[in-house]
Write a protein of this length. Structure first.
Length: 120
């Protein structure tokens, strides 16, 4: 099989795996990217040069995870909390009226009266 056909088959396979799975569309393959990085000596330590495409900045504190001495992963120690930007949606829902005070009242609901259970 030629390399072009093999690459096309690989892309089709990956595209098929990224589609929603059954009734659980949140289950999909993670976006995994591979980079080549170089380890070098820096003083008495080893350093790993990371590509700029990762979106990291100098001075970020990272949590390094080592699994069985073979697999390494890292994540920022304190990720910035997501904030809701009201100014981006302000005024986008024009034509809505406030709820009238009489529409805020609820009638009491009838609760089901269960017969007492004889505990013997």
């Amino acid at each position: 099989m030629s390399k072009v056909k093999e690459a096309a088959g690989q892309q089709a396979y990956v595209a098929g795996m990224q589609r929603p799975i059954g009734s659980a569309p949140w289950l999909r393959v993670k976006d995994v990217r591979h980079y080549t990085a170089k380890v070098f000596k820096s003083g008495n330590s080893l350093a790993l040069r990371l590509p700029a495409g990762l979106g990291l900045s100098a001075g970020m504190e990272m949590d390094l995870r080592v699994e069985d001495g073979e697999a390494f992963s890292f994540a920022p120690v304190d990720r910035p909390k997501r904030k809701f930007a009201v100014d981006e949606i302000w005024g986008s829902a024009e034509g809505l009226d406030l709820i009238a005070p009489e529409d805020r009242l609820f009638r009491p609901r009838d609760l089901i009266d269960f017969p007492e259970i004889d505990e013997r």
